[in-house]
Design a binder for this molecule. Structure first.
Ligand SMILES: *Cc1c(COP(=O)(O)O)cnc(C)c1O
Length: 247
C-alpha cells in the first residue's frame, strides 16, 4: 500500500497517490454498500478501473493499491500500456478489458491484448474475433453490447435482434460469451438511468430462461454505478471517479 509515501523530491506525487487511495477506498465502500442493499455479495461486483487517457505511471499506482482489472476504450491507446504492464508487473495477474467500440480492422490486435471484450456488437465482428482467437489458440471472453437508447452515438445490438445474436455467438467455438453490456444516455439524475439497467437485466434473465448462461452484466460508470449495482451490475466501469477528470 502506498499510503505513506514520503518523497521530498516529489511531494506532489505522494499527495496524488493519497488522493487516489482515498477515491478507491470510497468507491469500494459504495460498491459494497449498494451490493448489500440489493442483497448481493459485494465480491460479486467487479471494479473495472477505466484508464483511457491515464498514463502508465498512474496505472502503476493503482496496481500498487490493489486494483487488478483495467478498462481501455481504444486498441491503439491500450497497446503501449499493456506492454508496459506486462514488463513491469510480471506476477500481478492483471486483466485488461476493452470497453469501447471495436473496429473490425483491430479485431486481431484486440484478441492479442484483451482478456475480455465488452463491446461485441455485430455478427461480422464476432466471426472475426472467433477466427483470430482460433489462430491465437485462445478462447476469447466477450460480452454483447446492447443498444437500449436511441442516441446515434451509442453502439450495440438492437434488443429485437439480441436473442438471435446470443444464439450465434454461443455457437462460436473460440468465443466464450459471459454476459451483456450497455451504456445508457447521460443523466444528471441517476435514477433516470435505472430503467436502462433494469432492462438489460431483464433481457439477460430472458436469455437465461432460454438456457444460456450469462452471469455478467457490465453497466454503470462514475455517475451511476450505484443504481446499476442495485439493478444487478456485476461489473462497473469507473474512470473519472478514480483518476479524476480526463484531459
Ligand atoms: C470512459 C468510459 C467509462 C468510464 O466513464 P467515467 O464516467 O469516467 O467513469 C465507462 N465505460 C465506457 C464504455 C467508457 O468509454
Amino acid at each position: 500500500m502506498n499510503t505513506e509515501i514520503v518523497d521530498f523530491g516529489n511531494i506532489k506525487t505522494g499527495m496524488e497517490d493519497k488522493i487516489l487511495l482515498e477515491k478507491v477506498k470510497n468507491i469500494f465502500r459504495k460498491i459494497s454498500s449498494a451490493a448489500i442493499r440489493s442483497e448481493r455479495n459485494p465480491f460479486d461486483v467487479k471494479l473495472i478501473a477505466v484508464t483511457k487517457t491515464v498514463p502508465f505511471d498512474r496505472i502503476k499506482v493503482a496496481i500498487d493499491l490493489g486494483l487488478r482489472i483495467f478498462g481501455e476504450n481504444r486498441v491503439q491507446e491500450a497497446q503501449d500500456k499493456i506492454s508496459d504492464c506486462r514488463l513491469h508487473c510480471i506476477d500481478c495477474d492483471i486483466e485488461w478489458h476493452l470497453i469501447g467500440n471495436l473496429q473490425k480492422n483491430k479485431a486481431k490486435s484486440a484478441v492479442q491484448l484483451f482478456d475480455l471484450i465488452h463491446s461485441l456488437d455485430s455478427a461480422e465482428l464476432a466471426a472475426l474475433l472467433n477466427k483470430h482467437a482460433e489462430r491465437a489458440g485462445k478462447i476469447q471472453r466477450v460480452l454483447i453490447e446492447v443498444k437500449l437508447s436511441e442516441e446515434e452515438t451509442k453502439h450495440g445490438i438492437a434488443k429485437e435482434h439480441l436473442m438471435d445474436f446470443i444464439e450465434a455467438v454461443s455457437a462460436m467455438k473460440h468465443l466464450k460469451l459471459e454476459g451483456l453490456m450497455t451504456m445508457p444516455p447521460f443523466f444528471d439524475m441517476t435514477e433516470k438511468a435505472r430503467p436502462f439497467f433494469r432492462e438489460l437485466r431483464e433481457l439477460r434473465d430472458k436469455a437465461e430462461k432460454e438456457g444460456y448462461r450469462l452471469p455478467e452484466l457490465s453497466m454503470g460508470m462514475t455517475n451511476d454505478y450505484e443504481v446499476a449495482i442495485l439493478e444487478g451490475a456485476t461489473m462497473v466501469r469507473i474512470g473519472t471517479g478514480i483518476f479524476g477528470e480526463r484531459r
